[in-house]
Design a protein around this ligand. Structure first.
Ligand code: GRF
Length: 202
């Protein structure tokens, strides 16, 4: 399956996906990386892996819908079948999300539905939770919502800072995201209402 990845920053999750897709046995290949911000490190990672990149600066568009439409045509022109959001820091319009329904994946650095939005690690520490983690889910129009594909939990230690906790979660993100992409690419995911059911192919 041809995958498009949307990024806005350092791209460590993009790297995890690129590394997974480098294995010829992996059921997906990254065919396009789009950034809404010029010059970010994620673009360099894609170029190093020989993947075509595109910068579409959101600032150049009058509306969110116009920006999304530009991304949509680029993705379709490249024959993309699955879209992965990997540190993409823009809200997406309902029309765009709808047109990629069950074919667009996001990773979020918390155990959803806890801590949607930003600053998840700091908020987890302040809430005193003992378990934290990451979630890979299918994208629906609501922010950080949608059927969950994979979650991974890590302990929150008394000594944790935002950075130490973020690093522990990030390690899990880099495992979980390629694993979730594999499930979607293999067509093993069935959505019923708010839940994603995963067919076990052994
Ligand atoms: C990750 O923590 C991801 O879960 C969140 O934004 C961060 C992006 O990091 N959505 P990177 O750009 O993949 O390194």
């Amino acid at each position: 399956k041809k995958v498009g990845v949307l990024v806005s920053g350092r791209g460590s999750n993009l790297q995890a996906l690129l590394d997974a897709c480098a294995d010829p046995a992996f059921p997906a290949e990254i065919a396009l990386v789009i950034s809404n911000i010029p010059g970010v490190y994620a673009l360099e990672r894609a170029e190093k892996a020989g993947v075509p990149t595109l910068v579409i600066p959101h600032k150049g568009f009058a509306t969110r819908e116009a920006f999304d439409a530009e991304m949509d045509s680029a993705l379709r022109a490249a024959g993309i079948e699955i879209v992965c959001l990997a540190g993409f820091m823009r809200l997406l319009s309902a029309g765009f999300v709808e047109s990629w329904r069950e074919r667009m994946i996001n990773i979020h650095p918390s155990l959803l539905p806890s801590f949607k939005g930003l600053h998840t690690h700091q908020r987890a520490i302040e809430a005193g939770v003992k378990l934290h983690g990451c979630t890979v889910h299918l994208v629906t129009p609501d922010l950080d919502d949608g059927p969950i594909l994979i979650q991974a939990a890590v302990p929150v230690l008394d000594s944790d800072t935002e950075d130490s906790l973020a690093a522990r979660v990030l390690e899990q993100e880099h495992q979980a995201y390629p694993a979730a992409l594999k499930l979607v690419a293999e067509g093993r995911v069935t959505v019923k209402g708010p839940r994603a059911f995963i067919r076990d192919d052994g």
